[in-house]
Design a protein around this ligand. Structure first.
Ligand SMILES: NC(=O)C1=CN([C@@H]2O[C@H](COP(=O)(O)OP(=O)(O)OC[C@H]3O[C@@H](n4cnc5c(N)ncnc54)[C@H](O)[C@@H]3O)[C@@H](O)[C@H]2O)C=CC1
Ligand SMILES: O=C(O)CCC(=O)C(=O)O
Length: 381
């Protein structure tokens, strides 16, 4: 049976270049003084410099961290293409416990490594990191996005990410039930962190019923208190139980790889729509969902709100413009659903085909020579 552990151990036995496949560059960052052990992966820069958040997690092994960052950075290439932003795919992971191992110095050291890439990689928050962490990195590099407005950034990118998930749920509800109403449905939410908690609150306010799970009791208690204040229906369930509850939509907002042989069997929902990156352990799990009559919203289409916001920092922060761009997630997802149905393919295939075509088109566009791409020796003039 395929799961994250077996896939990771397969990676463990390979030559490094086999492991990194067609990623352009992988940087191992080691700073014993601060305890920083990080990996930055740049997958593809066809559309522009690589952009992707930095995750902090107590990975079991370097191979597990490498496996995660390679998958995440490849996903960013597709996400950037789908959201039509002028950035390429990259991502970073810091190996460490976000509750114990953070320090200003560690994030400054990380910033120095980002700076060493000379504009090839821009980064900000992801699971286990917050905008405040990157204020320290900002002292070392300008290639930081998503810090607070007071530091010149666009603020917490989980706000538009959560909004994008809500648009994704509306498009999915329309496709499955003929109405985009959030009301009158039940949702099983895994993970009540920066994104999951915001999605959960919106659903509660819309009058939906929730099943929720998180390994963080504080996050659960906060949401349960809010639900009680509103008088909304909420049930807390255990870590594994979340896959088998009798809900309408499964909303994964924590780890990747949670759609696998084991969980597809358990799911009783009619749709999966969430923010977690790399939800499918392998692409063929999209076909397994389809065979069970479960509509799958490709993660990188739905969770692009944060990317849209940080990429928009190119033009100076503007929340209204970001919200307008984030709304496009609704139509993009509807297009994917329609294309999948028309071509009789999975929603994952429809989304991937669209992104690969856009990358191919842009590669042709980028072959036009301009002075900014001049050969290096001309900097002498
Ligand atoms: N923050 C953003 O703007 C974006 C986030 N994402 C993805 O969305 C997901 C969530 O991101 P954030 O909310 O920012 O992270 P976060 O770190 O704020 O929250 C993650 C939550 O998941 C919980 N969790 C961890 N393991 C769990 C498990 N086994 N079962 C249940 N809960 C568990 C954690 O306790 C935490 O509350 C991640 O996969 C991230 O890569 C994707 C795009 C943008
Ligand atoms: O949210 C960010 O800071 C960048 C986007 C990103 O990393 C993601 O969409 O996974």
């Amino acid at each position: 049976m395929t799961n994250l552990k077996t896939l990771t151990s397969e990676v463990g036995g390979m030559d490094m270049f086999d492991k990194i496949q067609n990623h352009q560059q992988v940087v191992f960052c080691n700073d014993p003084d601060t305890g920083l052990k990080a990996i930055i992966a740049i997958h593809n820069t066809t559309l522009g410099p690589a952009l992707g958040g930095c995750r902090m997690q107590p990975y079991q092994s370097v191979d597990a961290a490498l496996f995660d960052v390679l998958r995440l950075s490849k996903g960013m290439t597709y996400k950037c293409a789908a959201a039509d932003v002028d950035f390429g795919g990259g991502k970073a992971v810091i190996i460490g416990d976000p509750n114990k191992d953070k320090s200003p110095e560690l994030f400054r050291a990380f910033g120095q490594f980002v700076e060493s890439l000379n504009g090839r990689f821009y980064t900000g928050t992801d699971m286990g990191t917050s905008p405040e962490d990157f204020v320290h990195s900002l002292k070392e590099t300008n290639c930081i996005v998503g810090v607070d407005e007071v530091y010149g950034g666009s603020g917490d990118s989980s706000v538009p990410t959560a909004q994008g998930v809500i648009y994704g749920i509306e498009a999915t509800n329309l496709t499955v039930w003929g109405s985009k109403n959030l009301y009158g449905k039940s949702y099983a939410i895994q993970g009540l962190g920066k994104v999951g908690a915001k999605v959960a609150e919106q659903l509660l306010h819309a009058g939906a019923d929730l099943y929720v799970s998180d390994i963080n009791e504080f996050a659960i208690n906060q949401l349960v208190t809010k639900a009680k204040e509103i008088g909304a229906g909420i049930k807390v369930v255990g870590g594994d139980e979340i896959y088998s509850v009798e809900a309408d939509v499964f909303v994964p907002c924590a780890l990747g790889g949670i759609i696998n042989d084991h969980t597809v069997e358990q799911l009783k929902v009619k749709a999966v729509v969430g923010s977690a990156n790399n939800q499918l352990i392998e692409n063929h799990h999209g076909a397994m969902l389809q065979a069970k009559g479960i509509l799958y919203a490709p993660d990188y289409i739905v969770n692009a709100g944060g990317l849209i916001q940080v990429a928009d920092e190119l033009y100076e922060p503007n929340k209204e413009r970001v919200l307008r761009k984030t709304k496009a997630i609704y139509n993009s997802l509807m297009d994917v659903y329609k294309e999948a149905e028309k071509m009789n393919i999975t929603t994952v295939e429809a989304a991937n085909n669209f992104c690969e075509q856009r990358l191919a088109d842009r590669t042709r566009r980028n072959s036009f020579f301009t002075h900014s791409k001049r050969p290096k020796w001309s900097v002498r003039v």
